[in-house]
Design a protein around this ligand. Structure first.
Ligand code: GH3
Ligand code: MG
Ligand code: MG
Length: 332
């Protein structure tokens, strides 16, 4: 067997443990027991060194003495929980009643367990570390799940776009930000044209395919900082922080053109899909984000009435449309 093959087959360490004690003897002994359990063991002679190591590398467990010169074990515990909250801390404690009460205090402050010093056996250390790592793994898995659920609850499952709930939150945030910094905020409401006809002709699955392709096309023509949301059904919204009316209208026209230029294949047939867009920009008279959306909706209605496959602006519409058209023709 070649050397690198042997290395490949060596069992991976079951976790990384940092042993902190000012006594070299205790430190070595505990680290030795930890390593016997198949864990990777590292050592630090004081709290400051331990916290510096923790900021650089990922550890699963910290085993720390309580009484140390400089930073004591309580400070190490607080530091670990601040730097890496998911790392479990095990306290090393003496046998005096006073030490026991310190250990109890450490447990109350978030330590996972304690070990008496010197440890009575390797097995006791290994078992305690093993339990701490299992607890950490459970907590980590739980946290991943919470993050996943959080992300699922913010996204529309069909198109992957952020959902209506996210839109309402983002809208309120962006309106507050725009007002605070006196910056513009544009919104584009999109509604796929004659979408009912797609469902009628190709069934719901065909309609779903069009919705997915539509969202992809729109995402593909957004600039950094602009966000697409599925507002509901075949209606989508784009928030454009920092975009004034003209900028938002140009973005809307770009979206309308991109959708018209990206036919969708459904059931082996090529479908031409178009969208209408209503654009508005936050104004002093808008009492809220909802008022802004209501104006973009009115513009959307105008775009539908004007023959669909176009963008309309709520406000000084004609002048803006003309300027945007000139900008578009100028090749930007
Ligand atoms: P317009 O050009 O005026 O917008 O006409 P339209 O047919 O697009 O508008 P309408 O509001 O009459 O129809 C929207 C359709 O969108 C009706 C509804 O069944 C369909 N729809 C809404 N959500 C979904 C969905 O998730 N999947 C599919 N396949 N269809 C959906
Ligand atoms: Mg609609
Ligand atoms: Mg529609």
């Amino acid at each position: 067997m070649r050397k690198d093959e042997r290395k490949e087959m060596a069992p991976a360490p079951k976790g990384r443990v940092l042993v902190v004690d000012d006594s070299r003897l205790v430190r070595m002994m505990v680290a030795n027991f930890v390593a016997r359990g198949g864990f990777e063991a590292e050592q630090a002679e004081d709290g400051a060194t331990a916290l510096a190591l923790l900021a650089r590398r990922a550890y699963d467990v910290v085993i720390t003495d309580l009484k140390m010169p400089g930073m004591d074990g309580f400070e190490v515990l607080a530091g670990v929980k601040r730097v890496s909250p998911s790392v479990e801390v095990i306290i090393l404690t003496g046998s005096l009643a006073q030490d026991a009460s310190c250990a109890v205090r450490a447990l109350r402050l978030g330590a996972h367990d304690y070990l008496s010093k010197p440890p009575s056996s390797a097995d006791q250390v290994i078992l305690t570390v093993q339990r701490a790592i299992e607890k950490k793994q459970l907590k980590d898995a739980n946290q991943r799940l919470v993050r996943e659920l959080e992300s699922l609850s913010r996204r529309d499952a069909l198109t992957g776009a952020l959902n209506r709930r996210s839109f309402d939150e983002a809208l309120a945030q962006e309106v507050a930000r725009a007002r605070r910094h006196d910056q513009p905020l544009g919104v584009v409401m999109l509604d796929i044209d004659h979408f009912k006809g797609v469902n009628d002709a190709y069934g719901h699955p065909g309609g779903d395919e069009v919705l997915r392709a539509f969202a992809n096309t729109v995402k593909g023509c957004l600039r950094e900082g602009d966000t697409l949301f599925r507002y509901g059904g075949e209606e989508f919204a784009v928030l454009l922080p920092h975009a004034d009316g003209e900028g938002a209208l140009i973005a809307a026209q770009r979206i309308v053109a991109a959708v018209a230029g990206a036919p969708v294949r459904v059931d082996g047939k090529i479908l031409r899909v178009t969208t209408s867009a209503g654009v508005a920009c936050l104004g002093a008279k808008d009492a809220s984000g909802e008022a802004l959306v209501a104006r973009a909706d009115r513009a959307l209605y105008d775009a539908k009435r004007g023959g669909r496959n176009q963008a309309a602006f709520h406000g000084r519409r004609l002048a803006l449309v003309a300027r945007a058209a000139v900008a578009a023709a100028g090749g930007r």
